[in-house]
Design a protein around this ligand. Sequence first.
Ligand SMILES: [Zn+2]
Length: 364
Amino acid sequence: MIIQDVINHLEALAPLAYAEDFDNVGLLVGNKSNKVTGILVTLDTLEAVVDEAIEANCNMIVSFHPIIFKGLKKITGKNYVERVVLKAIKHDIAIFSIHTALDNAQHGVNDMICNQLQLTNKRILIPQSATIKKLTTYVPKKEANQLRTALFNAGAGNIGNYSNCSFNVEGQGTYKGNEDANPTLGKKGENHTETETKITVTFAKHLQNNILSTLFKTHSYEEVAYEITTIENKNQNIGIGMIGEFAQSMHENQFLNHLKTKMNTKCVRHSALLNKNIKRVAVLGGSGSFAINAAKTAGADAFITADLKYHDFFSAENTILLADIGHYESEQYTKNLLVAYLTKKITNFAIILSKINTNPVKYF
Ligand SMILES: [Zn+2]
């Protein structure tokens, strides 16, 4: 197994195309063609984690947060980022970061928090827009079935619980090839009319290369006529944050205790208690102040996130209970999610969960 094989598994869980634009996901250090000796999973790639990987004979680190976030202009070891990169290169260790790709994935960071808290009826809090594309192409009628099947097999035509979705209409296609043309149907230099089927299918944007190569491979024409457009429909299966419900509502104090226990955190910073029961809960692992309004709009009784500032707590405005459980704490179980997932996919060597607590925040 090479590093690219591991990346393919990770991309099946969280396609890198789901990541936010500001992010830096993917293979940050290393050669994707190298054979993998072992995989270490961590939240942050610190020097001690690279040492742990060396010790455990793992030449690939799968890290939630990217160690390289902004551009590196010099790598001399003057700060921890440069030292990690130097050490990883020196010991031929690859570093892969999944970050907001996994934040936005259906079975990612926030799904894990919901499961940890025993929330059900889960749905994405802020569904991503502009992730669905539409392909329209024109194919000789007798090839339509074959092309549709090939496009479905490449991942097109899935809408919610339905697969093989397409729209088809018949019409007359016309063309005239010049002297360099080699038309599959008709003769060069002559007008030709062919009964064609116009096929329209939708697909997730990260599948575009696969869909297009399938189209060109399957369609018999020398020049394939097609259009790709991005549609504005929100994708309910991709996006940041999640909202779910407790089977039984609980009082605020009970809720905060539940939060402390299940999320293994020593401290919950929260807005004023509302003296009401908590049933619907929005969650967003990591820095989530930007989603306070989305949580309110979705009718959440409480919003669990991290990195809330002083003024963010005012915006609760006695309508929602805001709970800041700590950045590390909110994302800590993501490591377990990745280990469990990779262990299911890769059976010929162990996937190791880093033993190092990389939380830079300490509590007194
Ligand atoms: Zn984070």
